[in-house]
Write a protein that binds this ligand. Sequence first.
Ligand code: FE2
Length: 246
Amino acid sequence: MPNDVTPQSTSILSRRTLLKTAATATATMAATRLGFPSIVQGAAPITLPALPWADSALEPHISARTIGFHYGKHHKGYVDKLNELVAGTPLADTPLDGIVKATAGDAAKAAVFNNSAQIWNHTFYWNSLRPKGGGRPAGDFAATLEASFGSYDAFKKELGDAALGQFGSGWAWLVSSGGKLRVVKTPNAETPLTQNGVTPLLTLDVWEHAYYLDYQNRRKDYIAAVIDNLLNWDFAARNLAQAAKS
Ligand code: FE2
């Protein structure tokens, strides 16, 4: 936090206002750079972004207990570990997306990549979900989806197959690439963020920790519940609009 903008004599209220203003400015810059309005992450120390909804908001499809472990233990764990790994290195002053891109494919920096990418992926995942979401999107986005996949049902099958077919841990994504929407899957912490010309629009976490408490081994049921009830089409549309501008 930039203490140099805060004189000692400033009242606590003013100090809070100044700090909040500085944080907001930093956040806005970061959001603009990332192109994802809901994802705000500046340079280290990397912080755990707040969830965009209450931890029980996705029930009955994803329980507060799952969110409690997934966000409070797993996502937080990646944040704590990354800060430990980059402390005292040049990456300590690099924004999160920069760390992910700088370490992708570098075996010597696999731990930093894995933890930073998992932070980014999870923040993107929380924003990909919303209460009373999912199902067929409305408006222009529906037309874009149908132009790429033929129909909503074809898209739904492709995303579901990718999420179910990802062997072991990983992610299924809706991305924009070459003027079309596509479904891709990535193993472990891998992310389309590192691929040139590819813009992530939505993601689905298929690590077991995302569903095991609620669905045990029934990954297929978790996937169907998310696609039918939780996908945040507004987030996807904002990401697509942002991609079109850049
Ligand atoms: Fe996860």
